[in-house]
Design a protein around this ligand. Structure first.
Ligand code: ATP
Ligand code: MG
Length: 317
């Protein structure tokens, strides 16, 4: 495993909170020592920055507004999955009674400096598995399929192309490597070794259930949810709880359904609302050695536009 270049990440100081960790995109805080209120003791503040990462590198510059867009989208999906889409309520990590905060009235625990891009959540015992679900063949799945006819070791029918729909959605978990290392695809048997048979089945069933529900919602808005990644943790009572961000353009590939149907090239079919623009530019302009080059202004702008458009199309805001 290589190293993750997030040495230059900086996170703001926030009143009432103590910074404990920065991932590639998010900064995590816990209540500071002065906060004695028991009600918030096990809370965490997850702050989404405007940082963008590709191939596990944090790039420069950030995408203006991205933190707010990702947070708004996550909150919207958490709400849908809590039953807003008519399905059973999927437990999530949003702290009870400190959920959305009104649009006009930011939640009191969210500092002004990060308003709109922070979530107050329950601190969970995270499971070390990234729960990836793929409904379409592309990216690393397509690369593996070309080499061996499989995706994450699962055999697939011959003759599939880049961007094609899979016969059925696949659960293709990855081991969430400790900070600074790259995640690694694992088999379902390895997932069982990591979390036990019962949890592994629960992770798979819940991930596929969420993907299927989200796909139906996306379809109603003319979107294809090609693939996505969930993270789960356990709460105090051991209940499996959806954490992190959910169904955002960072953790998912979204395509325009009409373009997919009529497009004549893979690129045209996969008109995407995610950071594919960034990945493609980087793949064409960087040999993946040393520091990645800075993103040109038009790539930054187009990416921001796509993130914004996805939010508008899904939430109709
Ligand atoms: P890395 O940490 O390897 O850089 P990353 O880039 O995915 O991974 P971010 O997504 O930027 O990291 O940071 C979010 C971190 O917060 C993840 O490590 C995630 O597992 C963790 N996390 C999210 N929700 C919770 C929660 N409710 N309780 C505890 N940890 C959480
Ligand atoms: Mg993450």
């Amino acid at each position: 495993a290589g190293t993750v270049d997030n040495g230059h990440v900086t996170s703001p100081e926030l009143p009432g909170w103590r910074h404990v960790y920065s991932g590639k995109v998010r900064d995590l805080y816990v209540p500071d020592a002065a906060t004695s209120d028991e009600a918030v003791a096990d809370r965490m503040l997850v702050v989404a920055s405007d940082r963008v990462s590709a191939f596990d590198f944090v790039l420069e510059p950030g995408i203006p507004g991205k933190g707010v867009l990702l947070t708004t989208l996550s909150l919207w999906w958490f709400d849908q999955l809590a039953g807003g889409d008519g399905g059973r309520g999927i437990p999530n990590h949003l702290a009870a009674n400190v959920v959305l905060g009104d649009d006009d009235e930011p939640h009191p625990l969210v500092p002004e400096a990060v308003a709109g891009r922070a979530m107050v959540v329950r601190s969970l015992e995270m499971l070390p598995v990234e729960c990836v679900v793929r409904g379409y063949l592309t990216g690393s799945g397509w690369a593996e399929y070309q080499a061996s006819g499989t995706v994450c070791g699962i055999p697939l029918p011959a003759g599939l192309g880049d961007g094609d729909r899979l016969p059925e959605p696949l659960f293709t978990p990855a081991y969430k490597a400790p900070m600074g290392e790259h995640d690694e695809n694992i088999s379902f048997a390895q997932t069982i070794d990591l979390v036990g048979a019962e949890r592994a089945h629960e992770l798979r069933d819940t991930s596929l259930e969420i993907y299927t529900r989200a796909t139906a919602t996306a379809e109603r808005h003319g979107l294809i949810l090609a693939d996505t990644k969930f993270e789960f943790g356990l709460d105090d009572g051991g209940e499996l709880t959806l954490a992190d961000e959910v169904l955002t353009s960072d953790s998912s590939r979204y395509w325009d359904a009409a373009a997919w149907q009529t497009g004549t090239t893979p690129a045209a079919r996969m008109a995407s609302f995610d950071k594919q623009i960034v990945r493609d530019w980087l793949a064409a302009n960087w040999d993946k050695r040393g520091t990645p080059p800075p993103l040109p202004a038009d790539i930054v702008e187009r990416t921001a536009d796509r993130y914004r458009e996805l939010l508008q199309r899904l939430t109709e805001r």
